[in-house]
Design a protein around this ligand. Structure first.
Ligand code: B1N
Length: 820
């Protein structure tokens, strides 16, 4: 479909006009950044027409709406993606060519909107793409952080964090909507007032500070269907009108405080992944965007509907992890205090409107807010949670009379803390995990008591990714090849890729497939040379681990294995060794010392190995600086081997694993998260599985008996590698630099059990899996077949499938089509 607005000549004219209007320049005078703005404006123009059409259709059809509430939306760049979904990419590229402009260079001017940390935020972005593409009425609700996730620089091998001022030149794909601003109240106290008219108590928050929440809307373009949904991110502004009375009363200090509160709230995204830090400002962020979003949703509902009891029929709130769990209490507050419903009525509505997704079982990620902090900041909301808790405990006592143990484990408020997961489970109608194994672990271990109490709430929704960004945009060569072979239906129906299976043994297809992989490796090699100054050989195996840096993801095991290979090559220079390039990309949370030291170790090992002429370039190690959505697209397309090596049971799902598979990389992985389902789809013979099972890991954790020192004592290869951490091999003779890492693996005196993530237990079976990789790669046809089958079998892992399951089994939304 070529939209009339994208007739080439018209588009070219529009770009020239925009440059003139915005900057009083001609095309050849304008900078690339200015041209990016001008092109984006031309694209936005078309998007806005469809945005209006979509609103009109929704207005007419009145479909049920899902609000996807998330602290993170890791959107990545919009320009190229919008062009893809408008089916105008090629036309626009040509038009720009004719103007002497290069679309790739223009796309590179866009800041990467990084309003998320990793998988959780990127999942939210993929879901919005699928919701729009499938034609469902959905709003993403989040925060307009002024600074996204930090940019990473590597200096002397260490990570340095640089602020990400993504809004500094203005972001062309957002629209400020001051007419939808909402007031959000913090602090003060609750006055209880008997109302003789109703015979009820009124609860009135007083002495509070207000912040004005102003929404900015970003268009979410569906693929080839004219639907444009909305990501609404809230910014905080001082609430001048409301604060005036504080001035009148001479309470200048309060007025200034309120102004400061507004200034800080949206400053910056907390850079933690799978970790809870318990900061007051984070709690403010949570309530800020939830209160604004829920108020706006209720206001919208009431425009069309007179009976608030119908809310669950028309609205559902999906909580992306516990971060938006405030929704339960805020909705109760509105229903009780503003809609004047009775408790039971309000609770019935709330528990049929909210649904919760769990994304992790890592204990350190569990949100538990101290009640002093909570009740001071949100006195009325806290009061409501106390009442929810009181009634919940009653329910537990009814079901398990006299069982104090159950109350202790399940209460929402206990030990001076508010437990957000418990609130999310009690206050919603659905609890889902993000991969089959993860959901089973939730039911059998982490949330066992809740599963026993509410088995009907629990369900699984295995994650997915959008092929529009991670294939059509990221890998244009393979996109065209696939479409040449099976048509283009797969772009909105990924299981169609199975039709490629008939080419798995076809010599010509194999060669073409691997030739595209080669060209993508050349593209990545060029990127690496430009950005890292390291030359890599596209004929070597590209073995890639890109994801947040976390101990449970075991980047350390990967680099220890590289050290082991290097030792082998040095000891046996005569042996045949297939050249391999180990590629890493990872940001570490600024305060996570051990993770940052792992980055230093990777870079130190890279320095030694890459500069050792004696190994003839057989091994290369590259740490790609500032891993983010935009370079991820280039990296996935170029990978031969996908490293998915988390300690079994720790990675809830993973989604990078799916992006690699889609692009024809083979998985080296543990039976963890969605890897289990990946192997199920592609067949064990087309992946390299190793390591302890989740049951074995959980058994060690519950019953003890793991002793990493045994491996150190009995295995000289492991011992050699570990000794090299403390004998200066990779630290210019400094014995202390990597001591902490060495200790973490062996020293029981450290805070945790030594080797918390079973690296030594899995090391040899990992090395063996890697030997199988090398052997398999030597068989060119064999490898091509496996790679092709990975792509062909990846159909399940589209977020379109995931979203359809959410719709069918949780949300029950109505499908919308644009008639025009
Ligand atoms: O969510 C992804 C999964 O694919 C990953 O396996 C999982 O690790 C990730 C607190 C998190 N779980 N929890 C977080 C992020 C930020 C934060 O402040 C926790 N991220 C995940 C999508 O399901």
């Amino acid at each position: 479909m070529l939209d009339s607005h994208f007739r080439k000549e018209e588009f070219k004219k529009s770009v020239k006009e925009n440059v003139k209007m915005l900057y009083r320049k001609t095309l050849d005078e304008a900078s690339q950044e200015q041209i990016f703005q001008a092109v984006s404006l031309a694209v936005k123009d078309v998007v806005i027409d469809n945005w209006l059409l979509t609103q009109k259709q929704y207005e007419k059809d009145d479909p049920k709406i899902v609000y996807y509430l998330s602290m993170e939306f890791l959107m990545g760049r919009a320009l190229g993606n919008n062009l893809i979904n408008l089916c105008a990419y090629k036309e626009v590229k040509e038009a720009l060519d004719e103007l002497g402009l290069d679309l790739n260079t223009i796309e590179d001017q866009e800041p990467d909107p990084a309003l998320g940390n990793g998988g959780l935020g990127r999942l939210a972005a993929c879901f919005l793409d699928s919701l729009a593409t499938l034609g469902y009425c959905a709003y993403g609700c989040g925060i307009r952080y002024h600074y996204g996730l930090f940019k990473q620089k590597i200096e002397n091998g260490y990570q340095v964090e640089v602020p990400d001022n993504w809004l500094k030149d203005g972001y062309p794909f957002e629209l400020r909507r001051p007419e939808y601003a909402k007031e959000v109240k913090f602090g003060g106290y609750v006055r209880v007032e008997y109302d003789p008219a109703t015979g009820r108590n009124n609860f009135i928050q007083e002495g509070y500070q207000s912040v004005r929440a102003v929404p900015y809307d970003m268009p979410i373009v569906g693929y080839n269907n004219k639907i444009v949904n909305t990501l609404r991110i809230w910014d905080a502004e001082a609430m001048n009108e409301f604060q005036l009375d504080l001035f009148d009363k001479g309470d200048y200090r309060k007025a200034v405080e309120a102004e400061n509160l507004a200034k800080n709230i949206c400053d910056v995204l907390y850079p933690n992944d799978n970790h809870y830090a318990g900061k007051e400002l984070r709690l403010k962020q949570q309530y800020f965007f939830i209160s604004a979003s829920i108020q706006a949703a209720i206001a919208k509902f009431k425009k069309k509907h007179s009976d608030i009891h119908d809310l669950p029929k028309k609205v559902t709130f999906q909580l992306n992890d516990t971060h938006p769990t405030m929704t339960v209490a805020e909705l109760m507050r509105i229903l009780l205090d503003e809609e004047k419903l009775e408790w039971d009525d309000a609770w019935d509505i709330t528990t049929h409107t909210c649904a919760y997704t769990n994304h992790t079982i890592m204990a350190e990620a569990l949100e538990k807010w101290p009640i002093e902090l909570f009740s001071k900041l949100l006195p009325r909301v806290y009061q409501i949670i106390e009442e929810i808790n009181r009634r919940f405990i009653e329910e537990i006592n009814q079901k398990y009379p006299g069982n104090q143990e159950k109350v202790r484990k399940m209460a929402i408020i206990y030990d001076g803390q508010v437990k957000m997961a418990h609130l999310a489970i009690a206050g919603g109608y659905s609890v889902n995990g993000v991969a089959r194994l993860h959901t089973e672990i939730l039911k059998k271990q982490e949330l066992k008591d809740f599963y026993e109490m509410y088995p009907e709430k629990f369900n699984n929704k295995t994650n997915g990714i959008t092929q529009r960004r991670f294939m059509v945009h990221a890998n244009p060569l393979l996109t065209d090849w696939i479409t040449d072979h099976i048509g283009d239906k797969w772009i909105t129906d990924l299981p169609q890729l199975a039709k490629l299976k008939v080419y798995a043994d076809d010599k010509k297809a194999q060669q073409e497939f691997m030739n595209i992989k080669y060209q993508n490796k050349v593209r990545l090699a060029k990127y690496i040379l430009e950005h890292n100054g390291i030359e890599v050989d596209p004929n070597s195996i590209f073995d890639v681990q890109v994801k947040r840096l976390h101990e449970y993801k075991r980047q350390l095991m990967n680099i220890l294995h590289v050290m082991y290979l290097y030792n082998q090559i040095k000891e046996h220079p005569e042996r045949d060794f297939y050249p391999r390039t180990f590629i890493f990309g990872a940001k570490a949370t600024a305060g996570y010392r051990r993770a940052k030291l792992t980055i230093k170790l990777i870079n130190s090992v890279a320095d030694v190995i890459n500069n050792d002429a004696s190994i003839n370039g057989k091994l290369k190690v590259v740490f790609i600086e500032n891993y983010r959505v935009s370079n991820a697209e280039i990296i996935f397309a170029a990978a031969d081997v996908s490293e998915q090596i988390s300690t079994a049971s720790k990675e809830a799902s993973g989604t990078g694993n799916m992006k690699f598979m889609l692009n024809g990389a083979l998985t080296v992985g543990t039976m963890d998260g969605a890897n289990v389902e990946i192997v199920e789809e592609v067949g064990e013979e087309n992946a390299f599985i190793f390591g302890l099972s989740s049951d074995e890991v959980i058994n060690y954790e519950n019953n003890g008996g793991y002793d990493p020192m045994q491996y150190f004592n009995n295995d000289p290869d492991i011992r050699n590698v570990l000794m090299q951490l403390i004998n200066g091999t990779y630290s210019n003779g400094d014995f202390e630099m990597f001591r902490e890492i060495y200790d973490s693996l062996l020293n029981t005196n450290c805070s945790d059990r030594a080797d918390t993530y079973f690296i030594l237990a899995d090391f040899k079976s990992y090395a063996d899996a890697q030997r199988r990789v090398e052997e398999a790669y030597r068989d060119e046809a064999g490898w091509a077949k496996k790679a092709l089958l990975n792509t062909a079998c990846s159909g399940k892992f589209s977020s379109d499938r995931t979203i359809q399951q959410y719709v069918d089994e949780i949300w029950h939304l109505d499908k919308v089509t644009i008639e025009d």
